[in-house]
Design a protein around this ligand. Structure first.
Ligand SMILES: *[C@@H]1O[C@H](CO)[C@@H](O)[C@H](O)[C@H]1NC(C)=O
Ligand SMILES: *[C@@H]1O[C@H](CO)[C@@H](O)[C@H](O)[C@H]1NC(C)=O
Ligand SMILES: *[C@@H]1O[C@H](CO)[C@@H](O)[C@H](O)[C@H]1NC(C)=O
Ligand SMILES: *[C@@H]1O[C@H](CO)[C@@H](O)[C@H](O)[C@H]1NC(C)=O
Ligand SMILES: *[C@@H]1O[C@H](CO)[C@@H](O)[C@H](O)[C@H]1NC(C)=O
Length: 421
């Protein structure tokens, strides 16, 4: 990772030097202009133009190379040695699942479908197989050792909390003394709490979760605004708890599921930029602005030589029926991608990340989930009779995202994409 950054700096340094190289020639040209014969002037002009043109060509080629290196999204995401680990399929594997939620104190009851009455168990027995490469089976001992002394932070909505719980439960299977793993403030896992931190005492690391569903700051509206406005999202300001995310080794973000009219406008929440309300701003434009705010926060606040940053893309839900209110699960993954995937959000995140100088790995989980209409909570949550075709059962799909995270962390060639070399 260090060398990738070093090389990046070197190449921008070279292009800047190249620019300033052509600068002085221009001023020499101006100074001598008055005192020379027409022939000399013409010759000098020709020479100087040639030098300038050459400089331009050199500059452009370097500049374009660095653009190409920094920006092409499809080349840099989650690849090792040319393999995109997010492109693949689910294959049956009877050695799964990786843990039992009923024996993991950090899996909340609402995600433990088996404990809530689900009878079919085939949905637990699928492994994600990247098409072009092999991801070794999750090795808990090795992973626990590799996290020693580290701080892992998840930020986002309830989907992020599921992934955080999955991450902890996978690791718990290698811990001899379950009591040596505890929530730092003694809290039980609950839906509304803003911060949860689980410490693996014998391995000296913590895995934390910060609830921040929009990533940007939500607050009181400006005074004298229309009555219907109860709160605003300040699209140009990152959430004020963001200062707690900085000092970490792994940062995993998500956002998207709350960016809909129901969670926003219907709840009296509108957009704001600086001091002004942006009442007509479309949700996708607001999401884009928020992601840009997040990106510049990463670039100014996070030490990316230390912190490995992931951004997880939208997870498809599988509602059906006239009003998208019916949740009928399948027993097996389906063969064709289905579900609501909000692909415009995936596109926005990809574009924003592609334009960043800081290395960020996109956890491109959208198509992984699109076929898993068997793996949602359905009627087996803790809010009966409500059904849930958005969240996932644990064990389940989020375990596969974490397997990929562990794999990407253990193979530094992947997380700091090779295109930056
Ligand atoms: C995400 O994965 C899908 C399926 O492999 C692929 O079509 C898409 O291009 C990927 N997106 C990015 C940004 O890598
Ligand atoms: C999970 O653990 C519980 C409690 O020990 C046990 O009753 C249950 O059978 C286990 N489930 C599986 C699938 O092993
Ligand atoms: C993992 O470590 C434990 C001791 O902490 C050991 O008993 C077990 O065999 C190890 N497992 C593997 C797969 O190496
Ligand atoms: C625990 O990890 C921290 C770094 O996060 C390190 O400074 C400290 O020395 C470690 N403690 C032990 C007992 O290894
Ligand atoms: C956590 O839950 C347990 C059992 O449900 C309860 O005894 C304990 O008081 C709870 N702790 C907190 C901090 O709420």
């Amino acid at each position: 990772m260090g060398s990738a950054n070093l090389n990046r700096t070197t190449s921008s340094h070279i292009s800047r030097r190249n620019l300033s190289f052509s600068g002085p020639r221009v001023s020499v040209h101006r100074k001598v202009w008055g005192s020379l014969s027409a022939y000399t002037v013409a010759t000098a002009f020709f020479l100087i133009s040639s030098i300038l043109a050459l400089g331009c060509v050199l500059y452009l080629s370097l500049f374009r190379t660095s653009i190409h290196r920094g920006v092409s999204p499809y080349e840099l995401i989650g690849r090792t040695h040319g393999c995109d680990v997010f492109e693949g399929s689910w294959i049956p594997d009877s050695s799964y699942p990786l843990y039992n939620s009923s024996t993991c104190p950090f899996a909340e009851r609402g995600f433990n479908c088996l404990a809530n009455g689900r009878r079919d168990t085939e949905y637990l027995k699928w492994r994600w197989k990247p098409r072009q490469c092999h991801v070794p089976r999750f090795d808990v001992n090795q992973t626990l050792e590799s996290l020693r002394g580290k701080r892992v932070v998840f930020v986002g909505d309830s989907m992020s909390r599921t992934q955080w719980e999955s991450f902890i439960c996978m690791l718990m299977t290698g811990v001899r003394e379950p009591k040596s793993v505890y929530e730092v403030k003694g809290n039980n896992i609950s839906k509304r709490i803003r911060f949860l931190g689980v410490r693996f005492h014998s391995f000296n690391f913590t895995v934390e979760f910060f609830r921040s569903v929009f990533l940007v700051q939500q607050g009181l509206p400006p005074r004298h605004g229309p009555k219907r406005i109860q709160s605003t999202l300040k699209l140009d300001k990152l959430d004020d708890i963001s200062k707690k995310w900085v000092d970490s080794d792994v940062l995993v973000f998500n956002s998207g599921h709350w960016w809909n009219p129901g969670k926003l406008f219907d709840s009296g929440c509108y957009f704001q930029v600086g001091g002004s309300l942006k009442l007509g701003m479309p949700i996708t434009a607001a999401f884009k602005m928020a992601m840009e705010t997040w990106a510049s926060w990463v670039e100014t606040m996070v030490d990316t030589d230390r912190t490995h940053i992931f951004f997880r893309t939208f997870e498809p839900s599988h509602w059906s029926g006239l009003n998208q209110k019916v949740c009928e699960l399948t027993k097996q993954p389906v063969t064709e991608a289905t579900g609501e995937d909000r692909s415009e959000f995936v596109g926005i995140i990809t574009d924003v990340v592609a334009r960043m100088r800081a290395p960020v790995t996109i956890l491109n989980v959208t198509s992984m989930g699109a076929v898993r209409s068997d793996a949602h909570i359905g009627p087996w949550g803790d809010l009966r009779p409500l059904v849930d075709c958005s969240h996932w059962c644990l064990p389940g799909v989020p375990d596969a995202w974490n397997e990929l995270i562990f794999h990407l962390l253990a193979n530094p060639g992947i997380p700091r994409p090779s295109i930056r070399r």
